[in-house]
Write a new protein. Structure first.
Length: 88
């Protein structure tokens, strides 16, 4: 399951950044792959829709909140946590 989450999250990030998924590395930041604030918001919406979860993300102040967006790996881990939480 975790590999599936990682693949889907990387696919979403790659699509938003107009990159091939192979170009998106776990240690890259959203800025490293070319995502601006609007792209990041669209990414969050796509993640919520894909995984049927609610992401605690404040678009007005992304640094505030419980959803770590510091790197692709951090986003993958945060999504994994939310998916596991939803399963109960």
């Amino acid at each position: 399951m975790s590999d599936e989450v990682q693949e889907k999250v990387i696919g979403i990030l790659a699509e938003q950044a107009v990159l091939d998924p192979s170009e998106v590395k776990l240690d890259s930041s959203p800025e490293d792959i070319g995502l601006d604030s609007l792209g990041l918001v669209e990414t969050i919406f796509a993640i919520e829709e894909t995984f049927d979860i609610s992401v605690p993300f404040n678009a007005n102040d992304p640094s505030q909140g419980d959803f770590d967006i510091s790197s692709v790996g951090a986003i993958v881990n945060a999504v994994r946590g939310l998916v596991e939480e939803q399963k109960g």
